[in-house]
Design a protein around this ligand. Structure first.
Ligand code: 3EB
Length: 326
C-alpha cells in the first residue's frame, strides 16, 4: 500500500481541546495528546504523554493533528506516532537509573536522534524538555547546565549544528525523570534566529560550559512558525530581574521580533497563535494572562503552566506556534 498523497505544505495542526482523551484517540488524524499535571485523565497509549507541569487554571489537552491516518508504536523507552509526513516521539529517562541528569539527557538524546534519523521523517523540528528542579545546584553544577551538557553530547552525532527549536522548563513535582518529546518531519524546516538575541549556541561561557543547542524558531512551511521558549533575554543577558511586568513586555517584544524575522504571513501574534506561558510563581499567572489578553486580543489559545525558567532570575517564558490566520 502506498501512503496517501499530501500537499507539499500540509501541516501538523496544534490545538487546545476539552474533549476526553479517549474520544480524541479514536480520531484517525490525532498524532499526539498531551495532558498537563497530576490530575489529567489520560489513558495509556503511545500517542499520549502526561507532562508533570501543573496547569494554573482548568487545563485543556494539547492535541496534534496530522495530515493522514496515524499509526503508532513503542520502541524500547521511546514511543512514537506518524502520519507518514510527521513524527511525534516521546521518551522519559529516570535519572537515578541512568546515573544522573547528564547521563539521562545523553541517553534520551542519543536514543531519540538515532530513532528519528533512521526513519522516513528524519528532520527534527521541535523539542520540549521538562525536568525537575532545573535551578538546583550552583554555577556549572546547576541542573539546567548539566542537562545542556548531556543534551549536546547525546545529539552531537545526529544534529551537528542544525538545531531544532526547543523549550526547556523545570517541573516542580519532585520526580527526577527527564521528559523529552518532539516533532520530526519528512521535510526539513528552516531554523529562524531572533535579531534581538544572541543565538543560544553562541552564548558566552558565563552561562555554562555547553551552550544550549536550540534554534529560536522553526518555520515548517511558508505559513507556520514553531516558536521556541522565549523569555526576557536581550543579546545574551537576562533583563528586568524581579520585574514581572517588564519581563512580560520584553518577552512580547522578542516574540514580535521573531515573527517578523520569520516573515510568515500575518506576522503578528493573534488568532493564528497558540501559546504556552510558563510562570515560576503560579501567583504571577493572573498578571501574565491580563497582559497577554491586552496585547493580543484575539489570541488563538493559551495554556498557563507553573514551571521554573532555566535562569533563576527569569520569571516567565512563552512558547507556541503561529500560522497565518484563515
Ligand atoms: C533563553 O533564551 C531562555 O535550553 O532548550 C529557551 C528555550 C531557553 C530553550 C533550551 C532554553 C531552551 O536562553 C531559555
Amino acid at each position: 500500500m502506498s501512503m496517501p498523497m499530501t500537499e507539499p505544505d500540509a501541516l501538523v495542526r496544534f490545538g487546545y481541546e476539552q474533549a476526553p482523551a479517549e474520544l480524541l484517540l479514536q480520531q484517525p488524524d490525532v498524532l499526539a495528546v498531551i495532558g498537563f499535571g497530576a490530575s489529567a485523565a489520560l489513558p495509556s497509549d503511545p500517542r499520549v504523554l502526561r507532562v508533570g507541569l501543573e496547569p494554573v487554571q482548568a487545563s485543556a489537552l494539547e492535541v496534534w493533528r496530522g495530515v493522514a491516518p496515524v499509526h503508532s508504536g513503542r520502541d524500547g523507552d521511546l514511543r512514537w506516532s506518524s502520519d507518514g509526513e510527521h513524527l511525534f516521539f516521546a521518551i522519559e529517562a529516570d535519572e537515578a537509573a541512568h546515573g544522573g541528569i547528564v547521563a539521562a539527557a545523553q541517553y534520551a538524546y542519543h536514543t531519540l536522534t538515532a530513532f528519528v534519523s533512521g526513519g522516513s521523517t528524519p528532520h527534527l523540528l521541535r523539542l520540549w524538555n521538562y525536568l525537575d528542579a532545573i535551578n538546583l545546584g550552583d554555577g556549572d553544577e546547576e541542573r539546567y547546565r548539566r542537562f545542556c551538557d548531556g543534551r549536546a553530547q547525546g545529539m552531537r552525532a545526529a544534529a551537528g549544528t542544525r538545531y531544532p527549536a526547543a523549550t526547556a522548563i523545570g517541573r516542580q513535582d519532585g520526580v527526577r525523570v527527564l521528559q523529552v518529546y518532539g516533532l520530526a518531519a519528512r521535510n526539513a524546516g528552516a531554523a529562524i534566529e531572533n535579531p534581538r538575541q544572541v543565538s543560544a549556541w553562541r552564548y558566552p561561557r558565563q552561562y555554562g560550559p555547553t551552550a544550549p543547542t536550540f534554534a529560536r524558531g522553526m518555520r515548517t512551511s511558508a505559513a507556520q512558525l514553531l516558536i521556541s521558549g522565549t523569555a526576557a533575554v536581550v543579546g545574551h543577558a537576562s533583563r528586568h530581574e524581579d520585574d514581572l511586568d517588564a519581563q512580560i513586555e520584553e518577552t512580547l517584544a522578542n516574540l514580535d521580533s521573531l515573527l517578523r524575522q520569520a516573515a510568515v504571513p500575518d506576522a503578528q501574534l493573534g488568532a493564528g497563535s497558540l501559546l504556552k506561558a510558563y510562570v515560576r510563581d503560579a501567583a504571577d499567572a493572573a498578571v501574565l494572562e491580563a497582559a497577554l489578553r491586552r496585547r493580543v486580543p484575539r489570541l488563538g489559545g493559551l495554556l498557563l503552566l507553573a514551571g521554573d525558567i532555566c535562569r533563576r532570575e527569569l520569571l516567565v517564558e512563552i512558547d507556541g506556534s503561529h500560522h497565518a490566520a484563515s
